[in-house]
Write a protein that binds this ligand. Structure first.
Ligand SMILES: [Zn+2]
Length: 189
């Protein structure tokens, strides 16, 4: 039971959760950070980048959001055309459905974008995760060097991190090399 845990103080309630953390609660990527400080810093950076109006991803998200809400509203109106309920009830349901749709699409976009960003931050922090699905690749062998979850080949950065953390290099002739980034070529299939 004497595992070498990173120097982490028992002050987990130091940073109060803000809105971003609530929307992203449950993302597996959040569990992979080694310290609360790293996780907090990554979340704050992502929050700033998401609010960047100049970025293409922001406008793409707006487009998806507006398109989804408008399309959904047409769908709900179409459904209302099949029944003959009181006008006030149909209007209320359309309003309610549009509101729910808005929140769901926004949450979906937010989580999807943040998960991809978090994987990049994790790699920067030296945590080997699959960029495609977010699976934690720590301790996995470089041969065959594929994500057990989605089957994607390890990124060069992932290989470099794993070698740094002591993964056995599949090419033994290079194991004494001083350059850990020099990942071996994958064997030709
Ligand atoms: Zn994967």
């Amino acid at each position: 039971m004497s595992t070498n845990v990173q120097h982490r103080e028992g002050t987990e309630s130091k940073t109060k959760p803000h809105l971003l953390n609530l929307t992203l609660a449950g993302l597996p990527e959040l569990e992979h950070f080694e310290t609360d400080e790293q996780r907090q810093a990554a979340l704050e950076q992502i929050g700033q980048e998401a609010a960047d109006v100049k970025s293409g991803g922001f406008w793409l998200a707006i487009g998806v959001l507006v398109g989804g809400v408008v399309g959904g509203q047409y769908l709900i109106r179409g459904l209302m055309g099949m029944v003959s309920w009181p006008r006030w009830l149909e209007d209320s349901l359309i309003l309610l459905g549009t509101g729910v749709l808005f929140v769901f699409i926004l949450r979906f976009l937010h989580r999807r974008g943040a998960a991809a960003e978090l994987r990049q931050k994790l790699l920067q922090e030296g945590v080997p995760v699959c960029v495609a699905c977010g699976y934690l690749l720590r301790g996995l062998p470089l041969d065959p060097g594929r994500c057990p979850e989605c089957g994607r080949d390890f990124e060069p950065r992932v290989r470099a991190i794993l070698i740094e953390q002591g993964a056995s290099n599949p090419d033994p002739q290079r194991s004494g090399s001083s350059a850990p980034q020099d990942a071996a070529e994958p064997p030709a299939a």
